[in-house]
Design a protein around this ligand. Structure first.
Ligand code: GAR
Length: 197
């Protein structure tokens, strides 16, 4: 088994780094590069430090006109992992990678998902709504924002005094702990039962 995975990331890339380092010593999987839609994203520096290639496709059209798809297909990519990637995935990619694009969302979907809901905005919305818990959802990507089949969820409390940064920290901890393991299970078996920790 030799599975090739491309990671897409738009920002800091701490999840991308965590995933690369988790799979580093596993011979059955390779992560040849990270793709970003932002040339200035910090994820490129992380990639450099990990000695892994990273590329920028800065125009939305590159994703929509098949340019990114061609790039991935030419490099025999099997799975795409969205680790803080903020563009909507176009149909050409979804059709070419059916059930092979996995996203992480920093909330307990279906709550606080959809267009414009990413990063700290999600945490702010959960705090504003008076939620006592939030968490992570790892799910397959379909044509609708954050609506693909959920593979895994885990939750954490929101305390009364928590600010956005506090919630982000708790959610990131869950992401680092579970995302690589859920990916590993999914890559191996193609399916993981939905569960809540
Ligand atoms: C993560 O918390 C991820 O769940 C979130 O962006 C953050 C990226 O952090 N993704 C979304 O909000 C997608 N809607 P990172 O760049 O440090 O990995």
């Amino acid at each position: 088994m030799n599975i090739k995975v491309a990671i897409f990331a738009s920002g800091s890339g701490s999840n991308a780094e965590n995933i690369v380092s988790y799979f580093n010593d596993k011979e059955w999987i390779s992560i040849p590069f990270i793709i970003s839609n932002k040339a200035e994203a910090f994820v490129h520096q992380r990639a450099k430090a990990m000695e892994i290639k990273s590329f920028s496709f800065c125009k939305k059209e590159d994703f929509e006109n098949g340019c990114v798809l061609k790039f991935l297909k030419e490099r025999n990519i099997d799975f795409i992992v969205l680790a803080g990637f903020l563009l909507k995935i176009p149909e050409n990619l979804i059709d070419a990678f059916p059930n092979k694009i996995i996203n992480i969302h920093p909330a307990l979907l279906p709550k606080y998902g959809g267009k414009g809901m990413y990063g700290d905005r999600v945490h702010q919305a959960a705090i504003d709504a008076g939620e006592m818990e939030t968490g992570i959802s790892i799910h397959l990507v379909n044509e609708q924002y954050d609506q693909g089949r959920i593979l895994f969820q885990a939750s954490c409390p929101i305390d009364k005094q928590d600010a956005v940064l506090d919630v982000a920290k708790k959610v990131h901890e869950l992401e680092y702990k579970y995302f690589p393991k859920v990916l590993e299970e999914y890559f191996k078996n193609g399916v993981t039962n939905k569960s809540t920790c």
